[in-house]
Structures are given as C-alpha cells and as structure tokens.
Design a protein around this ligand. Structure first.
Ligand code: ZN
Length: 176
C-alpha cells in the first residue's frame, strides 16, 4: 500500500468517526449556489468561501474553465439540484496562464490530428470574462441565474472581483 493511500484511508476513518448529523444531509445544496474553480491545490473553496458539507456545489478542473463538462455539471446543478447563483473563480499564478496549448501538446508529443484544447489563457481577467459570457450565452442557462466572476489571490487568500465579468453575468433580460 502506498504511503499516500495509507494516509487517505486513515484520515477517512477519523473523518467518518465524527460524521454525526452529516448523515441527514440531502443532495441539493443548502446554500443553493455553485462555484466553478481551478483544481490548484492551494485553493480550498470550503475554507475561502466558508462552506461546510452540504452547502454548495464545487466544480473543479484545470483553470476553472467553462469546459463542456463544467457546463454539464452546472446545468445539472441548477436544474436538478436547485442552485440559483454561480461563481466562476480563477486564481493568480495559474498553470494554464503559463503554458500555451502548443506547449502542452509538446509535453504529450501530440500531432496536429490529436489536438486537445487545453483551455490555456494569456490574460487572467479576460479569461474570467470569457467564461462568464460563455455560460451566460448558453441556451440552457436561464438569465435568472446571476454569475459572478472572481480571481483568488494565492498570496493573500482574497477574492478579487472581475467587474466586467460580474457585470456581464448579472445582466438580466426582462423577457426571461
Ligand atoms: Zn489554476
């Protein structure tokens, strides 16, 4: 058994010992919101957003990008599990800002036929705006869901609003 595997199993046994009232939790998030953010190990949404088990959906991927799968999860989050507000949170010092798609292709020796869009970006604020707009303009995302854009600062732990993103994400169309 690897050292990590052992550590995880032991930690989980400890965790489950104090499970208590968490057994009563339902699948629908109590606080009715979802966060889409990066998988970066320095980010702990439960801590930086004050969440407990059962409070919110946290969807994570490399970059916190609005990939097809992030859209799939957010649509299920709202339609089947009742979330009413969404956050898109990128962060400073993100790996996806340091590499281009080409750089990552090279790591895998990918040829032009087997390209993957790694969803890298050059401008962090712009990438948050792009992602919020992508969600906002998706035909299955109702206009009634406000979408907030933020960047988490890995040096201070603060969330900094990307005003342009939030402005676009909270624009309501009176016809919906
Ligand atoms: Zn990142």
């Amino acid at each position: 058994m690897s050292k990590i595997l052992k550590e995880v199993i032991i930690s989980n046994e400890q965790y489950a010992k104090n499970f208590n009232t968490k057994r009563e939790l339902q699948a629908a998030p109590i606080k009715k919101f979802a966060i889409l953010t990066c998988m970066d190990a320095r980010l702990d949404p439960a801590k930086f957003a004050g969440l407990s088990e059962g409070d919110a959906h946290v969807i994570r991927n490399a970059g916190g990008r609005v990939s097809d799968d992030a859209i799939r999860s957010l649509l299920i989050s709202y339609k089947l599990l009742g979330t009413k507000e969404w956050f898109v949170i990128h962060h400073t010092d993100c790996g996806l800002e340091k590499f281009s798609n080409k750089d990552i292709d090279k790591e895998f020796n990918l040829d032009s036929k087997n390209k993957i869009d790694w969803l890298t970006f050059n401008d962090n604020e712009k990438s948050v705006v792009e992602d919020v707009l992508k969600l906002k303009s998706h035909p299955l995302v109702p206009n009634s869901i406000p979408i907030y854009g933020y960047i988490y600062d890995c040096k201070t732990g603060n969330l900094k609003e990307v005003f342009e993103a939030t402005k676009a994400g909270t624009k309501f169309n009176s016809s919906t």
